[in-house]
Design a binder for this molecule. Structure first.
Ligand SMILES: [Zn+2]
Length: 243
């Protein structure tokens, strides 16, 4: 039958697409790490430390309103009015530190000039709570619908409850995907701002290196979206749907 071939074709196509998506997802993290390692060896030509740089940007663009506090290594971040830097980052004058910290300063600019970052944080909190219900709802939905289909629970009410649960889990999934997509847009803008800050301090070639690192970081956000899309396959279960 011709449709047998069609189904086989579609299944093969889907499997290939899945393999490709998973390959992109794992490649992007290795790629970012390699770039980071290389750039961590490169010092900026002015010999500025990252802390000097952050303090300077803080004065110039934020009237000193950003608080700078110390955090654990590899946990440099921005959260409401405060930038957290590890001792290693503060003392470093590598281009990798500059690029990462500039990105965090980009988030600071988003926070100081609008409410989209705070809105996103609030949505993510809601998402985290909704995410807890995803799997239970999906399982209850599938079990009830199957039991109805096999006439174990013949009453129509089980089908309705089953479909409602499955539908609710699908809405949660969609919410996760939309949130991830929003996050990618926010991250891109933070990196664009980062480049603007860096332009005040670095040589063109140094900016180009930083830009490449930030670009490869962006690929990991797309990988995050792929992971969210494929989370139901359990192949990427290590990443929670909402972070
Ligand atoms: Zn970011």
């Amino acid at each position: 039958m011709w449709w047998t071939y069609l189904i086989i074709g579609v299944v093969i196509g889907l499997v290939l697409l899945l393999c490709f998506a998973l390959a992109v997802a794992s490649f992007s993290f290795d790629n970012y790490y390699e770039k980071w390692k290389a750039l961590n060896q490169k010092r900026n030509s002015y010999g500025l430390t990252t802390l000097d740089y952050v303090e300077d940007i803080n004065e110039k663009f934020f009237d000193g309103r950003i608080k700078i506090k110390r955090c654990a290594e590899f946990e440099d971040h921005y959260s409401t009015g405060t930038i957290g830097l590890s001792a290693q980052t503060m003392g470093s004058n590598s281009l990798a530190s500059f690029a990462i910290v500039s990105h965090e300063l980009g988030h600071a600019r988003q926070d100081f000039t609008g409410d989209k970052l705070k809105k996103h944080w609030r949505m993510r909190k809601t998402g985290k709570i909704c995410g807890l219900f995803f799997l239970p709802l999906l399982i209850v939905g599938l079990v009830l619908t199957s039991l109805w289909a096999f006439s174990v629970l013949p009453s129509m009410i089980y089908l309705i409850i089953g479909l409602a649960c499955a539908g609710a889990s699908f809405i949660i999934f969609l919410f996760a995907v939309i949130l991830k997509y929003e996050e990618i847009k926010i991250e891109k803008e933070a990196s664009d701002f980062a480049i603007e800050f860096l332009k005040e301090y670095l040589l063109d070639i140094e900016i180009k290196y930083c830009q490449e690192l930030l670009k490869s970081a962006r690929l990991t956000y797309w990988a995050g979206l792929i992971r969210t899309l494929l989370s139901w396959t359990m192949l990427t279960s290590k990443t929670p749907m909402f972070r």
